[in-house]
Write a protein that binds this ligand. Structure first.
Ligand SMILES: Nc1ncnc2c1ncn2[C@@H]1O[C@H](COP(=O)(O)OP(=O)(O)OP(=O)(O)O)[C@@H](O)[C@H]1O
Ligand SMILES: [Mg+2]
Length: 461
């Protein structure tokens, strides 16, 4: 039997033993006393009743009184000859089938009864294993005996107790069997939960299938939920680890390319084969490294920086970022199509400095990578949200690839060829800022256009 079953069996067995022992003790000590008390009461009540009756009525109703009260009644006028008197009384009783070994009314008793007292006595009958309990009363100088035979209860009690012990043993055996079956029902699912917990601890996120319709099932559901959440957190951590590895290898790669060029061109200068452009190339590559390191520092700073969130009008905030690109837009003859829809001011709660970076990156990307010289911007309210969307034409076709743009150093082949590409960290910085602001964002391809969108929840007041 399992430990739980053993504990329950022992506890219940001890309870049963306690109850039965208590019961046996009551049977042995209190029951005989109670029996005698009841018998005495019965005889007393009857003798009191007889005392109140007229003699004639008493004589008439003796049989009825005996039957109703299950007693024996004998009577005889009081005499001075004790032997004769006792003999007659015993005869009277004998005729009523009461055979007594020991029964003797003393003179003293007669005198007391004569004086109107009621005398109670118990005559132990020795080997007959019974006693004769009597009340003596006197009525019109007639001595009346109201008696009842009481058996020795101790024998009967012993037999009852013995029988009780058998019942107790049988009950305890039944109980152990029932507890064994019942505890198995409880402990089987608990064991399953224990095994699942061990597996979870070993990062095997399994689920328990338990339908006991009680607290154990609720516990299983909680463990399943925990297992699910741990799996998600674990997968997320693994993914982040993998991302970090890719990120580090990407940084190394991004740094190695310009460094290799710097080394090659420096060697060219040393060997005297410089055609006058080598130093420019070296400066360009150094600038590239510098830009990359600046952006990397920016990316890591954003993740640590304390946010200073305030309320701003989204349109004003965006327009102020847009001003920085006026010259670039003119130079590239790019038309801006703006659609601002909203009844009130469209307020959002953000960190201004960080959000300028978001808009700068999105606008500069749109200018750099648009296929057709038009950029469409839309700001509007929808349900409980304020939406910002920026859209430009693109050659990109693969919508799953598009989602990877948010990853650091992800540069589309199409833009690599155009020599437009920067560090490939712009959108990673945007994503990091949006993530810190808990803002939903997306990029999608719509009819040959690429569209970036940000969802802002409306401020509460
Ligand atoms: N609006 C856009 N239209 C088309 N392609 C885009 C657009 N925005 C981003 N891309 C693609 O996603 C890549 C990643 O963009 P991201 O801003 O992260 O880096 P980047 O612009 O190359 O470098 P940086 O922003 O550091 O100067 C870009 O190289 C480009 O291929
Ligand atoms: Mg960019």
């Amino acid at each position: 039997m399992n430990r739980l079953g053993r504990k329950i069996s022992i506890t219940i067995t001890l309870c049963i033993l306690f109850v039965f022992i208590f019961y046996l003790m009551i049977n042995s000590y209190l029951l005989p006393k109670y029996y005698l008390f009841q018998m005495k009461n019965r005889v007393h009540d009857l003798s009191t009743e007889i005392n109140k009756m007229p003699m004639a009525e008493f004589k008439q109703s003796i049989n009825q009184l005996e039957q109703e009260n299950n007693v024996t009644i004998a009577y005889e006028p009081i005499q001075t000859n004790l032997d004769h008197f006792n003999g007659i009384l015993r005869d009277n009783l004998y005729q009523k089938r009461v055979t007594l070994n020991k029964f003797w009314v003393t003179e003293d008793t007669i005198n007391q009864v004569k004086s109107g007292k009621r005398i109670s006595k118990i005559y132990n009958q020795g080997k007959l294993k019974s006693s004769f309990l009597v009340d003596f009363i006197q009525k019109d100088n007639v001595f009346i005996v109201v008696g009842v035979s009481i058996v020795y209860l101790s024998d009967a009690v012993q037999i009852v107790n013995k029988f009780t012990i058998y019942i107790m043993i049988f009950l305890i055996l039944m109980l152990i069997l029932m507890v064994w079956i019942w505890s198995k029902k409880i402990t089987d699912p608990l064991k399953e939960l224990k095994d699942i917990s061990i597996e979870i601890a070993q990062l095997e996120f399994k689920k328990a299938k338990i339908s006991t319709n009680d607290e154990i099932e609720e516990l299983a559901q909680s463990i399943n939920e925990m297992s699910d959440k741990l799996r998600i957190a674990h997968d997320d951590l693994n993914q982040r680890n993998a991302n970090l590895k890719t990120f580090i290898s990407d940084i190394s790669h991004e740094l190695k390319t310009p460094l290799a060029l710097i080394k090659a061109y420096s060697a060219g200068i040393k060997d005297g084969i410089d055609d006058g452009t080598y130093v420019d190339t070296i400066i360009r590559q150094t600038d590239q490294i510098n830009r990359l390191i600046d952006k990397l520092l920016e990316l890591s700073r954003i993740e640590r920086e304390i946010l200073h969130v305030e309320q701003f009008d989204l349109i004003k905030l965006f327009e102020s970022s847009l001003e920085n690109f006026e010259i670039e837009l003119n130079q590239n003859n790019i038309t801006l199509t703006k659609e601002y829809i909203g009844t009130n001011q469209l307020n959002i709660e953000v960190d201004r400095d960080q959000f300028e970076k978001v808009f700068n990156n999105l606008i500069s990307n749109a200018i750099k990578y648009t296929k057709y010289p038009e950029i469409k911007i839309k700001i509007y309210e929808e349900n409980e949200e304020i939406l910002f969307k920026i859209k430009n034409e693109t050659n990109l076709k693969n919508s799953t690839q598009i989602k990877q743009m948010w990853e650091p150093f992800y540069v589309m082949e199409a833009s690599r060829n155009k020599h437009l590409t920067g560090t490939g960290l712009g959108l990673a910085i945007v994503k990091s800022i949006l993530y810190r602001h808990h803002l939903k964002h997306d990029v999608e391809l719509i009819d040959g256009n690429i569209q970036f969108s940000i969802h802002f929840p409306k401020p509460l007041q």
